[in-house]
Write a protein that binds this ligand. Structure first.
Ligand SMILES: *[C@@H]1O[C@H](CO)[C@@H](O)[C@H](O)[C@H]1NC(C)=O
Ligand SMILES: *[C@@H]1O[C@H](CO)[C@@H](O)[C@H](O)[C@H]1NC(C)=O
Ligand SMILES: *[C@@H]1O[C@H](CO)[C@@H](O)[C@H](O)[C@H]1NC(C)=O
Length: 216
């Protein structure tokens, strides 16, 4: 049984790859002193809306999950797992595909996902107070956009268009914004030690908000 609407797009996976190659080529051919990368992001936090800007404190790379096998444990192993969950409250953030089976119940051979810690990102000096406009000449956002500091973001080489995965990122990691390219840019610039700054403006709900899908 397949999980319902798991939206991974090959087109955007190759977009991250193209960015990787583009940045690498720029670094190889030119003397690059710094990279400014900007674009759009999706909101996984219902309080972050179109036009809002998040200056995150932490960014998770959510594109390199460890795939775990379907849970087939012996009686002893199952008891140990239950005991560990009871002592630590949880083993780690985990996404179990069988919870999304339709109809409900049964095993799902996709197993589950878990994560490990990496460090690629550090917080710079806070920006001066920035005021954002609600309207341009022709268009007004539903509310005046705000700049929010200190939240958590995520980036991965995949396109996120899935309400349950959006909820999972918010619930397990407190992720407020999601984008699909900046990780490729940041990782490519990290090994040669080139400074990079990333701006992403909220432009959609990752297919998971009661207000439906809009673009801003
Ligand atoms: C969601 O966003 C709001 C700002 O719009 C922020 O105050 C709140 O802390 C965020 N939630 C989490 C879990 O980061
Ligand atoms: C105003 O914003 C809308 C929506 O983002 C955009 O399509 C339009 O090009 C903008 N107009 C100007 C003059 O920048
Ligand atoms: C960039 O692409 C190369 C070639 O496929 C790959 O080996 C490398 O891991 C990629 N780097 C990142 C940061 O995605």
């Amino acid at each position: 049984m397949a999980p319902s609407h798991m939206g991974l797009s090959l087109t955007t996976t190759s977009l991250a790859f193209q960015l990787n190659v583009t940045v690498q080529t720029l670094i190889d051919v030119f003397t690059v002193t710094g990279i400014v990368h900007y674009g759009t992001a999706g909101s996984s936090n219902d309080s972050m809306s179109f036009g809002d800007v998040s200056v995150p404190k932490l960014v998770a790379y959510t594109g390199a999950w460890t795939w775990k096998q379907t849970q087939t444990c012996s009686m002893i192993a199952c008891i140990l797992i239950v005991a560990e969950i009871q002592i630590t409250k949880r083993v780690s953030a985990e996404l179990r595909f069988e919870e999304y089976n339709i109809p409900n119940g049964g095993e799902n051979l996709l197993g589950s996902l878990k994560f490990r810690n990496e460090e690629l990102y550090s917080v710079g000096k806070p920006m001066e107070e920035v005021k954002l406009e609600r309207c341009n000449n022709t268009f007004c956002l539903p509310t005046t956009p705000k700049v929010v500091y200190g939240l958590k973001g995520s980036s991965a080489d995949m396109f996120l268009d899935n309400a349950e995965y959006r909820k999972f990122l918010f619930r397990e990691f407190g992720v407020s914004t999601v984008d699909e390219e900046s990780a490729a840019v940041v990782m490519t610039t990290t090994s040669p030690g080139i400074p990079v700054i990333v701006f992403r403006g909220v432009s959609d709900w990752l297919e998971g908000n009661q207000h439906g899908r809009q673009q801003a």
